[in-house]
Design a protein around this ligand. Structure first.
Ligand code: 5AD
Length: 342
């Protein structure tokens, strides 16, 4: 095995230059995937945590250049589920055996703080862990959601390359996004962040800096996905990211941050048949199956061909469990909080 791969497996640390080398050359890939799988086994074990994803509104006031939900996109049927519909989907997730629900939406003010607090309090009665993924909010709002029962928060930084960030998010401020992540940490959330792989102009250096940022911010979860060009966006003609590059950056995350939670993302499954299983064998230990109802999930069009959009939730869960068991892993019975182990 290569010396640098051995070093990162043992020390969980590399310089920026070493990371750039690993990212920029595919000759290390196989060794990295295997090393990440060993480190995953050693630090977080064979359990796979399933989180039921509820995409409760696709209304968005942002203009992110890569995302199909951007407010300028008129080819989307916009929906916002009522509080009782969201609560009932969470109840259904509980019945299916989930221990966590992830409430995700576009970034908007459709739901007042009071309404979100009501939804969180009601869902908490099911004894579920709750992850929110609803974008940038004020410290005070994050605090109210935490007090109402939210346990975790997902807010991808998307890229730490500030030139790319600015070009793709014209109405947003990179430093505010970082501030949001720090506020979430301060409030005691388990914090998930992550980035897109294969954005236009992104280099191995940008990705290496993303990796060091994840560690610096103290992330508890990292979700990575290949960028998949959406025809209804300004980036429709771009090439997009590859499954292998996303898999490699994910393996590096596991090697640098051995005890965190890492999802095998839907975007990875979309680009490669059995992409999630390969991801689970290259560092990942979480899967977030979609439990949104049939009518609505087809309108949550972040990118084309989103995997799982046409499969009923109960069926998809069973099929996934079988695949997990087939590779010698098991579905975890606990809430799947990060157990600090380093
Ligand atoms: N391809 C892949 N992932 C995307 N996301 C948004 N648009 C795309 C796309 N075209 C991701 C963003 C966001 C998450 C919810 O979906 O990283 O944080």
């Amino acid at each position: 095995m290569n010396k640098i791969v051995r070093k990162i497996e043992k020390q969980h640390n590399l310089s920026l230059e070493e990371l750039v080398l690993l990212i920029g050359n595919d000759c290390y890939d196989k060794d990295l995937f295997e090393a990440a799988d060993r480190v995953r086994q050693k630090y977080v074990g064979d359990g796979v945590h399933l989180r039921g994803l509820i995409e409760f509104s696709n209304v968005c006031s942002r203009s992110c250049f890569y995302c199909g939900l951007r407010c300028e996109n008129r080819n989307v049927n916009r929906y916002s589920l009522g509080a009782d519909e969201i609560i009932s989907l969470a109840g259904r997730a509980k019945e299916l055996g989930y221990k966590t629900v992830v409430l995700q939406s576009g970034e908007s003010s459709v739901y007042s703080v009071d309404k979100m607090v009501y939804i969180l309090r009601e869902i908490k009665k099911f004894d579920l862990a709750i992850t929110l993924s609803i974008g940038e909010k004020s410290y005070e709002e994050y605090k109210q959601f935490k007090n109402a029962g939210a346990d975790r928060f997902l807010l991808r930084i998307e890229t730490t390359d500030t030139a790319i960030y600015k070009a793709l998010h014209p109405d947003m401020d990179f430093s505010n996004r970082v501030k949001c992540l720090r506020n979430l940490k301060k409030l005691g959330y388990e914090v998930g962040t992550g980035c897109l792989i294969g954005l236009p102009s992104q280099t191995p250096l940008s990705l290496a800096r993303d990796l060091l940022f994840f560690r610096e911010i103290g992330a508890d979860m990292i979700g990575l996905g290949p960028f998949i060009p959406n025809p209804d966006t300004p980036l429709s003609l771009e090439r997009g990211g590859t499954f292998e590059m996303a898999r490699k950056v994910m393996a590096l995350v596991r090697l640098l941050m051995p005890d965190i939670n890492i999802p095998a993302t839907t975007a990875m499954e979309t680009l490669s048949p059995d992409g999630r299983i390969l991801a689970l064998q290259s560092g990942a230990n979480v899967v977030m199956p979609n439990v949104t109802d049939f009518v609505h999930k087809k309108y949550y069009n972040l990118y084309p061909g989103k995997s799982g959009a046409d499969v009923p939730a109960a069926f998809a869960k069973r099929a996934l469990e079988e695949k997990i068991e087939k590779i010698g892993r098991f579905v975890s019975e606990d809430f799947g909080f990060r157990k600090k182990n380093i």
